[in-house]
Design a protein around this ligand. Structure first.
Ligand SMILES: C[S@@+](CC[C@H](N)C(=O)[O-])C[C@H]1O[C@@H](n2cnc3c(N)ncnc32)[C@H](O)[C@@H]1O
Length: 348
């Protein structure tokens, strides 16, 4: 992956070189550009469309925000203009104190989050997202995974009982994409460039790879165990990849006990953010049923759930599948909106 990126960079550099610069004598003539395969062309068009849609949406949002700001400012100016001097002073004072209150509340919330996350780092359940699969994913899939990770971080930060979240195998393209996230360098999360098997070599016995292909059904979350989730957006194109990896490494595996609580309309393979959310919810409730019904979208379940779902919490907008169908996949900006205010920046 790194090598490929380096080659790409070289390509760009060469393109940007001025015409007048003489080519080094020992360079062989540039290799003829191979025409793209039909599949690659399709992918390229899809990527371009996605980029264009993303840029258009961003511009629309910016414009909307600007107009809203203008409208509110105008409204405020009009209110002041129509007020007496005494009312004016009162209005300005009340606006100031409202702002102060809001800021104090926000920083109080941030402080509390920091306390919770610090505690989770000391005694919380270890959960690892293994992001060592970037070489198997398209740019779009990596981007989707990065959004899912952002979502996981936000959900964990909001929880009253967060887990101790790790990202392992953070390198190459994955690292570059994560670094682009605003404030990522300040996230209160463990970032490891090494694989968990190296980084946690002294705790190999405690490693449990979560995979839908395991025959072992997870019953409880063991505080001593370290649960690993495959950081993959592959629409299950790489069937069994995490199961094989765990077996090769000689570590334990387990699957979520979904089948005991609900029937799924298709496979029981969930997205990374859904699995993290389920674990976080379980840490909060110690109840698989509530965790599954809160997180797994209705459309992924069949009508005949195994247990009475009427008492479980309704699925909120924000608990939708983050990999989802084609439209959803392309709509990463919407997801950003959900997460934007949430990622907690260490010390901010
Ligand atoms: C989109 S899935 C990746 C599927 C991939 N083909 C595989 O074989 O792991 C993302 C990750 O979520 C976790 N996961 C998804 N569904 C699960 C389930 N039913 N039980 C346990 N872990 C699951 C696994 O760690 C998985 O690697």
């Amino acid at each position: 992956m790194v090598a490929a990126a380096a080659n790409d960079d070289n390509g760009v550099d060469n393109d940007l070189k001025p015409d007048s610069e003489p080519a080094p004598a020992n360079l062989s003539p540039p290799a003829e550009q191979k025409p793209l395969s039909k599949n690659a062309q399709k992918k390229q068009v899809k990527q371009q469309r996605y980029e264009a849609k993303k840029a258009e949406k961003k511009a629309q949002e910016k414009e909307h925000k600007r107009k809203e700001g203008e409208r509110k400012h105008k409204e405020w100016e009009e209110t002041l203009a129509n007020a007496t001097e005494e009312e004016r002073l009162k209005l300005i004072e009340s606006r100031k104190s409202l702002r102060k209150e809001r800021m104090e509340k926000r920083s109080e919330e941030k402080e509390k989050k920091m306390e919770r996350l610090t505690r989770a780092k000391e005694i919380g359940q270890n959960v690892v997202v293994d992001v060592d699969f970037a070489h198997l994913m398209s740019e779009l899939e990596i981007s989707s995974l990065v959004q899912q990770i952002m979502y996981c971080y936000a959900v964990n930060g909001r929880s009253a009982t967060p887990c101790h979240l790790w990202l392992t195998g953070v390198k190459g393209e994955m690292s570059r994409q994560l670094d682009k996230l605003p404030g990522f360098e300040k996230w209160f999360i463990e970032k490891e460039s090494r694989c968990y098997i190296e980084a946690m070599a002294d705790r190999k016995e405690s490693l449990v790879y979560l995979t839908a292909d395991s025959e072992t059904v997870l019953d409880e979350l063991d505080p001593e165990s370290i649960y690993i989730i495959g950081g993959l957006v592959d629409r299950n194109r790489f069937k069994g990849i995490t199961m094989n990896k765990a077996q090769e490494q000689g570590i334990k595996t387990a699957k979520l006990p979904i089948g005991e609580y609900m029937k799924m309309s298709s496979s029981q393979v969930l997205t990374v953010n859904q699995v993290v959310e389920i674990l976080v919810k379980f840490l909060e409730t110690r109840d698989w049923k509530t965790s599954f019904f809160t997180v797994i979208p209705q459309r992924k379940r069949t009508g005949g759930d195994l247990v009475d779902s009427s008492k479980s919490e309704p699925l909120s907008e924000e608990h939708q599948d983050k990999e989802g169908d084609e439209d959803e996949k392309h709509d990463l900006l919407e997801r950003k909106k959900l997460c934007v205010e949430v990622p907690l920046e260490n010390g901010s």
